[in-house]
Design a protein around this ligand. Sequence first.
Ligand SMILES: Nc1ncnc2c1ncn2[C@@H]1O[C@H](COP(=O)(O)OP(=O)(O)OP(=O)(O)O)[C@@H](O)[C@H]1O
Length: 316
Amino acid sequence: MITIRNLTHVYPGSRKTAARVAVADLSLDVGEGEFAILSGPNGSGKSTLFRILCGLARPSGGSVRIAGFDLAREPAAVRGVLGVVFQSPALDKHLTVAENLAIQADLYGIGADVFPARRDQALGWTDLGGRLDSRVETLSGGLARQVELAKVLMTEPRVILLDEPTTGLDPVSRRNFLGALRALQRRRGLTVLMTSHVFSEAEEVDRVAILREGRLLAYDTPQALRAMIGTEMVVIQARDAVALAARLERDLDLRTAVVGDEVRLAETENGKSLPILERILDGYRSDLRAIAIKQPGLDDVFVRITGKAPGERGTE
Ligand SMILES: Nc1ncnc2c1ncn2[C@@H]1O[C@H](COP(=O)(O)OP(=O)(O)OP(=O)(O)O)[C@@H](O)[C@H]1O
């Protein structure tokens, strides 16, 4: 549904600055009805790629097809199937939810005869019931994001691009927004590509792209990405994590790290953690609150692949 081939974007330099390659020979496919996330350290090219996909920047080379239409040659056809949710709010906060949606209907030539049905469909998945006449400025951040997405849905797009849509939301609103978006995307068979630097968000999607310095370093399902590092670790919740870590290092010659009230042991190969867990249970049971073997999360994969923590600046 989204087909990117050998895409390159170079920001020209000036007398004082060198030219900068923001996207380098990048190819990527998002299949119809798939939900993909684009991640990477700061400066890895996510925003540049996003701007190209929504038609705001012309790439230096390569091609993009969306729903079969060529972005450079058939931009109007692409606009007809594409919905974009930008990071900065695109709502008039002094107007009500209903008024914002009515403006969108006007802009897109949605006639008065179909408007109520379109509006109800666009709002059906949201928690905005009863808030149609509320001014947007009186809504929580999470609800305002829902209006933003409802506005885009009014045009019945087949493909939706979202630029870090959960920025500024608290963890609960973040989870609610993404849960609702995921359910909506599945129900309506939408194709979604979203930028994000929050790895808990990537755990639930179909595919995760990891960029660094404009290059695509990995693009796969969350499960396959985790399997790439193929390791596991023992994580212990302890009454006194620091003391327990010291004893485990001294008695059992284990490498440990203390994170809050957790002792995390160094990663081992798959299957090697169980005997370690059994030894700790045998010798230290009274010191433990809980003990488990965990697969590293996507944030661990990201650090391994890019050498950066999520949100950290790449080399520029
Ligand atoms: N207008 C511009 N002129 C020159 N260089 C730019 C411009 N915009 C971005 N760049 C450079 O292009 C590279 C990619 O930047 P981009 O903003 O696309 O990355 P990003 O992954 O979106 O970063 P962030 O997460 O910080 O938004 C960086 O090296 C950046 O400095």
